[in-house]
Each structure stands twice: as C-alpha cells, then as structure tokens.
Design a protein. Structure first.
Length: 149
C-alpha cells in the first residue's frame, strides 16, 4: 500500500514540476519581451505573466529584504518549485519516507497559502498556473496525510 502512496506522490510532483517549468518559461519570456502574451493571460485581472514577473514572485517577496535583491538565493519562486518537485519525485521513488514527504508537503501548502494571499489581496489578480500549483501542493499533502501511517 505504501509503495502506491510514494509512486502517486511522484506523479503528483511531476505535474507540479511541469507547471513550475511553464511558469519559469512565462516569466523568462515576459522579462525578455514585454509584448509576450502567455497562454494563461486572459485579461488584466487573470494574467500569469503579470503575476509571475511581480516582485512577490521572486524569493517570496521576502528574500530581497533579507539577503538583497541581487543575491544568488533570491530566485524566482518557480525555480524553488522546480527544486521542490524534483526532490519530491526522487524521494517518492527512491527514498520513501512518510515523515519527510509530509513535512515537505505541509511547508509547500503554507507557502501556497501565503502566495495565494499575496495574489488575491495585494495584487488583486488571478494566476491560473499559480492556482494549479497550489492545488498540486494540497494534493501532495492529502496523498501523504490520508495514506501514510
């Protein structure tokens, strides 16, 4: 039973990885070309490219205050997401640990709630890719919470 949980965790993480890679692509394209319109840009209020290039979606909007805007660790959130999902894929497949996957999933959900707060209350917009990523993070937590002892 547990092996199915870990395999499912890896597959859910793979979905998150694809979303994070697409988010990075959108962020890079929009940075290089201000006229770029992403597939997830539907209007001024529903725009991935506008959100993904905002100051809050680099180092969670906090890193620049703590370590400086040009510091190596102040990366776009999607880079952190890519690292998170890759680690979760490998842990789900090769180092199955309910405790680690639970803690990492819980932290991803905490960051998702924080970023959703920024998205809706500060930026007053919706990013379809971001919301899909939040759903993936909660699916990871649900998978571990409901299936691990």
């Amino acid at each position: 039973m547990e092996s199915v949980v870990f395999e499912r965790h890896a597959w859910i993480s793979a979905c998150g990885l694809l979303l994070a890679i697409y988010a990075l692509y959108v962020e890079m394209r929009k940075t290089l070309d201000s006229n770029y319109v992403a597939l997830c840009d539907f209007s001024e209020k529903i725009s991935c490219s506008r959100i993904l290039t905002s100051r809050y979606f680099r180092g969670f909007g906090l890193a620049k205050h703590l370590i400086g805007e040009n510091h190596l660790l102040n990366q776009p959130n999607c880079i952190l997401g890519i690292l998170f999902y890759v680690i979760n894929i490998f842990c789900g497949l090769f180092w199955p640990s309910c405790r680690f996957l639970f803690v990492s999933s819980l932290l991803s959900c905490v960051s998702s709630v924080y970023l959703a707060f920024i998205l809706l209350l500060k930026l007053r917009s919706v990013c379809v890719v971001c919301v899909a990523t939040y759903a993936v993070n909660f699916a990871l937590l649900h998978n571990v919470f409901s299936n691990c002892p």
